[in-house]
Design a protein around this ligand. Structure first.
Ligand code: EPU
Length: 430
């Protein structure tokens, strides 16, 4: 049982360096399975989702080495195993990218149904549609997705019913070594979709159109090795900007692509923050009291659903009433019950949350319900009066590299403590 103890009330100030993008890394690592040779990837974040994926590749026969810091070398030339370790695969969402990669390389894959954050039902019908369009047969057997193709996958047209990041990436990965051309329509445009396409192209793939809603993949016979550097994490950067805003501080996020942050900084401006952009850094200077705003989460370039809990904390402390409309998931407001423990005034009705700003949050014991909700609890704790204890922080550590040291570098009082598991009550039998 790991907890964060947060003593709030101090504005964050200073500069924080942003790590490589989680959601790009968790696609690029499985895609390394397609490569016949060694590839080196720089700027891989040190987070548990990355380590879980690397462990799975190693268990399947890949040679993976940490060259230094955030640079890793992958050699999947000798992988023959097409079944991913069940228990690890079902823990995380991105394990489904192993299916696209194994199908593309070997024509078969057996991977547990993916896990990840709990936002209600998270179907994968669009991924299956993509693989089937390329010629695979897909079944769910014993909690595993079993995909097989009789012959080499064949390029095809795939129209996605919604702009799904995962289905866009998975279809792209499967199509890279297919015979012929695949056209993905209504594709997701997120920066990490573009980053994966750039990674694949740097290894010899022929992907065009990533970042628009039509992506064309011309199949090639093999991918050679190469070197690639992952883009900075848009959501990690946004999280530190929101933490600065909520605490009334002044923070520069460096090693970022400011364009990727436009959808977030636009809202911070509306809330009264001053935003200064540099070539690869963005600074936020927060006002004494934030102003209310409304937000609707949408696929990129809209406001990201992965920033929704963090902006809710800012709204809780803003002057006036704000409205959040969740436009991506059915159930992404579970954390609101945790914010109530700290005194927040917020009412959820379906996909809408109305937040009435109050003067101050009060420290309390709270849970990280999922990755971004966990980050929001940390922000709320930093802004609150008193001590906040955040439990279930393993969710946070799935996606934020070194969050404790980064926040301390900005002046936060936050400590990570291990609590012994509570003993079973006397007399309790197994
Ligand atoms: N959807 C379907 N069918 C599908 C695929 C998606 O109905 O086959 C629905 C989903 O249920 C959801 C919407 O489409 O309502 C969008 O889902 P999407 O596929 O875009 O999400 P994802 O690929 O499962 C990735 C990120 C999430 C992020 C979303 C949206 C990874 C590993 N995960 O999930 O990241 O919220 O895109 O941007 O890349 C996070 O980092 O905290 C996180 C949850």
């Amino acid at each position: 049982m790991t907890q964060y103890i947060v003593r709030g009330g101090t504005p964050l100030n200073g500069t924080v360096t942003i790590s490589g993008a989680k959601n790009a890394a968790v696609a690029i690592i499985p895609a390394a399975l397609l490569i016949d040779g060694k590839c080196r990837v720089e700027n891989i974040p040190d987070i548990s989702d990355v380590h879980d994926l690397i462990d799975m590749l190693v268990a399947m026969g890949a040679q993976v080495q940490r060259v230094s810091g955030s640079t890793w070398e992958f050699d999947c030339s000798h992988v023959r195993q097409t079944k991913a370790p069940f228990d690890q695969a079902r823990k995380l969402r991105a394990s489904y990218y192993l299916i696209g990669a194994l199908l593309g390389r070997f024509g078969q894959a057996e991977v547990a149904m993916p896990g990840g954050c709990d936002f209600g039902s998270r179907p994968i019908d669009q991924h299956i549609k993509g693989w089937e369009a390329l010629g695979a047969h897909v079944e769910i057997i014993g909690g595993e997705i079993v995909a097989r193709a009789e012959q080499r996958l064949t390029g095809s047209g795939v129209y996605l019913d919604m702009e799904s990041v995962g289905a866009t990436i998975n279809t792209m990965i499967a199509a890279v070594l297919a015979d012929g051309v695949t056209i993905i329509e209504n594709a997701a445009k997120e920066p990490h979709v573009v980053d994966l396409a750039n990674f694949l192209n740097s290894m010899g793939a022929r992907v065009s159109g990533a970042g628009t809603d039509v992506i064309k993949v011309r199949g090639v016979s093999r991918l050679r090795g190469g070197f690639y550097s992952i883009i900075p994490d848009q959501i990690e950067a946004g999280t530190y900007l929101m933490a600065a805003a909520a605490t009334g501080g002044s923070v520069t996020v460096e090693n970022v692509i400011p364009k990727h942050l436009d959808c977030i900084t636009a809202k911070l401006r509306e809330m009264g923050c001053r935003i200064t952009e540099f070539d690869d850094a963005v600074r936020v200077d927060a006002p004494a009291r934030l102003r209310r705003t409304n937000v609707k989460t949408m696929p990129y370039p809209g406001f990201p659903t992965d920033m929704q809990p963090q902006i809710a904390v800012c709204m809780s402390l803003a002057q006036g009433t704000s409205i959040i409309t969740e436009g991506v998931y059915d159930h992404r407001f579970r954390y609101v019950a945790e914010l109530h423990r700290m005194g927040a005034q917020a009412q959820v009705d379906g996909k809408v949350c109305v937040v009435e700003g109050i003067d101050m949050l009060a420290g309390a014991p709270v849970k990280a319900c999922d990755l971004r909700a966990g980050a929001a609890m940390v922000i709320a704790g930093l802004a609150a009066q008193g001590v906040t204890v955040v439990e279930d922080v393993h969710h946070i550590e799935r996606g934020y590299e070194n969050i404790i040291d980064k926040l301390r570098g900005l002046g936060a009082s936050i400590t990570r403590v291990e609590q012994p598991e509570p003993a079973a009550p006397v007399g309790a039998a197994g």
